[in-house]
Write a protein that binds this ligand. Structure first.
Ligand SMILES: Nc1ncnc2c1ncn2[C@@H]1O[C@H](COP(=O)(O)OP(=O)(O)OP(=O)(O)O)[C@@H](O)[C@H]1O
Length: 283
């Protein structure tokens, strides 16, 4: 069952009564005069993976900023582990949208990860052996240990992305927010990052909210999709949301969804916000 507002359909939620990490109730977010979305009800449980899709400007990154406590909701409620969001919460790991790093940046991979480690939480004195071991463990977990001492600016996009993930995992967060972490990665590196996130959520029960323009690379992991468009939204399993009828209604025009060889291909998205209305959407 798909819903636009109201509680999440139980069949779409993961099995069992695993604890809720994030809940949004009748949530609305405005930027200036514009309502990005409203009436949003969403619960994200431990270990669940939700892909957040939608055209440019539909409010995907703004949703992450609201969860991070950087942007107040204009209506409704948002709770992280039952509490109001706050900046710097160690319950949340955040992989922001990739920004190009200057090749001469003096920061090494291990320095970036160190910035994410909260010494108090781990009881590790800054500069101590325990801290170093913790950083090494994180870099090893994401397969980045061999370039731990390399300047970040000299690493490839995929290598930098692994280091960002290590930083985001530094506090062993219950909720991981990912903003287009596969952007500009080739299929091999995309697969490696997806595999890494999947292992993490399975081993640690980390809930993942994953903003992306490309659904197909993460499809095997996706429990549910949150699709934002034109101030409206749909929540449901990929098969429930990725339908011609659903997307046509969201975009307010004819959109065709084709499922072929386990992939979704979307043709036509007649919206002024969409970057490629003629060529179709890369889901
Ligand atoms: N600081 C700001 N002040 C006012 N409006 C803003 C601000 N930041 C973003 N916006 C507007 O909010 C809207 C949603 O932006 P947001 O970045 O959340 O969209 P998005 O879905 O993540 O887009 P994209 O796919 O391009 O990353 C946009 O129209 C944007 O112009």
């Amino acid at each position: 069952m798909i819903e636009q507002s109201g509680t999440i359909a139980s069949q779409a939620a993961p099995a069992g009564r695993t604890p809720v990490v994030l809940s949004l109730t009748d949530a609305e977010l405005r930027r200036g005069e514009r309502v990005l979305w409203s009436g949003l009800d969403l619960e994200l449980r431990r270990g669940e993976f939700i892909a957040v899709l939608g055209p440019n400007g539909s409010g995907k990154t703004s949703l992450l900023h609201a969860i991070l406590g950087q942007l107040p909701l204009s209506a409704g409620a948002l709770l992280i582990d039952g509490r109001a969001p706050r900046r710097g919460s160690d319950l949340i790991g955040y992989i922001p949208q990739q920004r190009a790093l200057a090749p001469h940046t003096p920061l090494r991979a291990r320095d970036l990860v160190r910035l994410g480690v909260d010494g108090h939480r781990w009881g590790l004195p800054l500069g101590g052996k325990g801290l170093r071991r913790r950083i090494d463990d994180l870099l090893t977990e994401v397969g980045a240990h061999e370039y731990a001492d390399m300047p970040l600016g000299l690493l490839s996009g995929g290598e930098q992305q692994r280091v960002r993930i290590a930083q985001a995992l530094a506090t062993d967060p219950a909720l991981l927010l990912c903003d287009e972490p596969l952007l500009s990665l080739d299929p091999h590196h995309q697969h490696a990052i997806v595999d890494l996130l999947d292992r993490r959520r399975r081993a640690h029960g980390t809930a993942v909210l994953f903003v992306t323009h490309e659904l197909n690379p993460v499809l095997p992991l996706v429990d549910r999709v949150l699709y934002l468009a034109g101030g409206r939204f749909r929540v449901g399993t990929p098969d429930e949301v990725m339908r011609s009828s659903v997307l046509s209604e969201l975009y307010g025009g004819l959109v065709e969804v084709i499922r072929a060889r386990g992939r979704y291909v979307i043709v036509g998205a007649p919206t002024p916000h969409h970057p490629d209305p003629a060529g179709g959407v890369q889901p």
